[in-house]
Design a protein around this ligand. Structure first.
Ligand code: SF4
Length: 364
């Protein structure tokens, strides 16, 4: 079923409004609690689907340029609103431009999450932002957000994260390739959460622990696993993703179960417990240590850094990660792209050569 058909089905069957959500971090629990379907927009990939991209400077990333083109050309007409998290200056710019130039006449929401480490002022700020977004969503949906509803949504998302973490931790033994695993995980970007949880559990039943993956284990740190053929190309070359640090995937899996009885505090707990991410201005040492921890636990023999061109938050961390890998003698393959629909032949060759080098145990 296409996303538009799914949005229509959710509206007809459950009376749910739909909101397109720009990357990356947002309180999905609030949307779920108020019966709003979140449909995330990571681009979309490929060539811009309209001339709206021309309204954005050429030195802005393809995620924002493509989103502007998509919104401006009516690509998101099926949704009722758009949510712009405070991911970076580029998305903030889009949040300003899209309502003027998008021509879609939809509700525009923002979520300005705090940057930097947890501290009293940031907690206070986050509380205000969460409650402000909740109030706007209440008006938007005509529903009231009570504590029981919010607590139920938080429990549901904690269960989803536990199921996702379970799959990711078990991936070495799963008898499936990376394309299938990531396709499943990424369906959570637009499915109604209960349906996504059911799919995750069914997938785990269908693919119990097997005999283990063959090939060279690698770590991939990047933004979003696009194009999906990247994973197939890696598998075909003889490597598999033993650990990932994709912003779209692992950086949003919260492993700590909230303990606070008050759901607003529990929401805060989940926000602060998320893995380090460049777009939350994580402490650079914490981010590097986190990625090295992934490397150590997974036994990855090399690292692929996949960066979206002109992505400032990610590019700030690249030198730190490179230095940390170099200090460990871990070979690194650096890939920079613009959300292309397919990888170039040159990139495929570089991936194949990198995997061959790792398999032979040679240094980069
Ligand atoms: S790719 Fe980077 S610059 Fe572009 S929207 Fe995402 S975080 Fe912002």
């Amino acid at each position: 079923m296409s996303r538009n058909a799914y949005i229509a089905q959710q509206r007809e069957a459950h009376g749910r409004k739909a909101v397109a959500v720009l990357p990356i971090h947002y309180p999905k629990e609030l949307l779920t609690a108020l019966g709003v379907l979140a449909v995330e927009m990571w681009g979309p990939p490929g060539a811009p689907r309209g001339d709206g991209a021309g309204r954005i400077q050429a030195y802005v990333c393809s995620v924002v340029r493509n989103a502007m083109a998509f919104l401006g050309s009516g690509g998101a007409d099926a949704v009722d609103g758009v949510l712009f998290p405070h991911t970076c200056d580029s998305i903030q710019g889009l949040a300003t431009l899209a309502p003027d130039f998008g021509g879609w006449g939809k509700e525009a929401f923002t979520f300005l999450h705090p940057k930097g480490p947890e501290r009293p002022s940031a907690r206070l700020y986050l509380d205000g932002e969460l409650r402000s977004l909740a109030r706007r969503l209440e008006v938007f949906t005509g529903r009231t957000l009570d504590d029981a509803r919010l607590a139920g949504a938080i429990r549901l998302h904690a269960e989803i994260d536990a199921a996702r973490a379970g799959l990711l931790d078990a991936r070495q033994g799963l008898a499936v390739g990376d394309p299938e695993l990531y396709a499943l995980l990424r369906r959570g970007e637009w499915l109604w959460p209960e349906e996504h949880l059911a799919e995750l559990r069914e997938f785990r039943r269908r693919f119990p622990d097997g005999s283990g993956r063959a090939g060279v284990p690698v770590l991939v740190s990047g933004y979003v696993p696009e194009p999906p053929s990247l994973l197939r190309i890696l598998n075909d070359a003889g490597a598999w993703v033993a650990a990932d640090d994709f912003a779209a995937v692992v950086r949003r899996v919260v492993r700590r179960v909230p303990t606070a009885a008050d759901p607003w505090n529990a929401l805060q707990e989940r926000y602060w417990a998320a893995p380090p991410c460049s777009t939350r201005s994580a402490d650079p040492d914490a981010r590097v240590n986190h990625v090295l921890g992934l490397l150590d636990r997974s036994g990855a023999r090399g690292a692929i850094l996949q960066v979206v061109k002109f992505c400032e938050p990610e590019l700030f961390d690249v030198p730190l990660l490179r230095r940390a890998f170099a200090a460990r003698g871990v070979p690194v393959l650096y890939l920079e792209g613009e959300l292309e629909a397919e990888l170039s032949g040159q990139t495929v060759t570089r991936i194949e050569a990198f995997v061959e080098m790792l398999a032979a145990g040679r240094a980069a």
